[in-house]
Design a protein around this ligand. Structure first.
Ligand SMILES: [Zn+2]
Length: 220
């Protein structure tokens, strides 16, 4: 689940747009400046969301830093609001079907959807928005490029639905404590990742509560 570094992308030229500059590692920032110089400099720095591993270096590139609203256009990219991993998360779409998807979808493994504000329902809606587009490529904030967006999006939706089915099955078999539910629905998770799984479970419980599908006698 922990992937090495944040992917930074440069798009367009004269000037270019920088997407998710990453942290303030001097060598990384220097590499961005050098690559941007070959593209006529940096016009705008775009960030997909406010997490520090995507943004700390942003104000060191000598260009405005923007976390756009839904529908805003910058340098040939259109922002699409995709809450879930973070409430303010956006992805950037090109006219020809490329999506710079930040941490909404990762190149490897599953992304974190922390509970709060019915984030999991929002996350699934965000995935559906991308499924409705004819994407040819997704470039994530971490991990390798996703060359089959359709398959990856199905995998992402199915992964969450699998957890939900397992939670509902645990309810059906009478489990009511969070510890027992976690064991039942996340039994494939290594012990060091259980705190993350517990957080994921809270997001599921929040979604089920909003849908009035939570047992009334659930205990802490
Ligand atoms: Zn993030």
């Amino acid at each position: 689940m922990t992937l090495e570094g944040t992917n930074t992308y440069l798009y367009g030229a004269d000037p270019c747009v920088v997407i998710d500059p990453g942290d303030d590692d001097p060598a990384h920032l220097e590499a961005i400046r050098a690559a941007a110089a070959e593209r006529g400099g940096v016009g705008t720095v775009l960030v997909t969301h406010s997490h520090s591993d995507h943004t700390t270096g942003a104000d060191q590139l000598g260009a405005p830093v923007v976390l756009p609203e839904d529908g805003e256009e910058h340098g040939g990219l259109t922002a699409l609001a995709t809450p879930g991993h973070a409430a303010e998360h956006v992805v950037f779409l090109t006219a020809d079907g490329v999506c710079f998807c930040g941490d909404l979808v990762l190149g490897l493994g599953s992304t974190i959807v922390p509970p709060g504000g019915n984030s999991l329902a929002a996350f699934l809606d965000s995935l559906a928005l991308l499924q409705a587009r004819d994407l040819s490529l997704m470039c994530p904030g971490h991990g390798p490029w996703i060359t089959d967006p359709e398959a990856k999006l199905v995998e992402y939706v199915e992964h969450r639905m699998m957890r939900e089915r397992r939670l509902l099955a645990a309810f059906d078999s009478g489990e009511r404590s969070r510890a027992a539910l976690l064991t039942a629905a996340w039994d494939d998770v290594p012990v060091e990742l259980l705190p993350m799984a517990a957080m994921a479970m809270e997001a599921h419980l929040e979604k089920l509560e909003a849908e009035a599908r939570l047992p009334f006698d659930l205990v802490e």
